[in-house]
Design a protein around this ligand. Sequence first.
Ligand SMILES: *[C@@H]1O[C@H](CO)[C@@H](O)[C@H](O)[C@H]1NC(C)=O
Ligand SMILES: *[C@@H]1O[C@H](CO)[C@@H](O)[C@H](O)[C@H]1NC(C)=O
Length: 121
Amino acid sequence: MVILLSHQLSLACIALAAASLVSAAEFAFTEPKLNTTYHPGDTVNIQWHDYDGTKPTASLWLGTGQRALHWHPYKIIANLTEPFPTSYTWSIPKNFKKQRYYLVITNETPYQPKSDYFFVA
Ligand SMILES: *[C@@H]1O[C@H](CO)[C@@H](O)[C@H](O)[C@H]1NC(C)=O
Ligand SMILES: *[C@@H]1O[C@H](CO)[C@@H](O)[C@H](O)[C@H]1NC(C)=O
């Protein structure tokens, strides 16, 4: 009986945790497109769909290396707060490192939608 109870409890916890983690998964980037090349000094019009709309806060990051679960944060671009935007205009600094990047929206949950790779060259 005790074992059954604790099993049910842990299931409830998993369900609760899953529900509270959903939000960031409901973003989907539409810009920049795969392999777009920008240059230092360019303006990037970053865009995404937001399928939920109500959120607390989240941050827009640049990642480098592999666009994987354990991605490498390179630089924070913006902290996003309500009313939640679906775009952000980012000016690439003049001396910005030339390499491949992707964008990540994260509210520090495991669900961290990522854009396609793009280049600063
Ligand atoms: C994007 O760029 C990578 C690396 O340069 C290349 O391997 C890949 O084929 C490109 N994909 C598309 C769809 O252009
Ligand atoms: C975002 O918020 C964090 C934590 O409050 C802060 O350290 C960081 O400087 C902020 N970044 C930007 C780009 O606003």
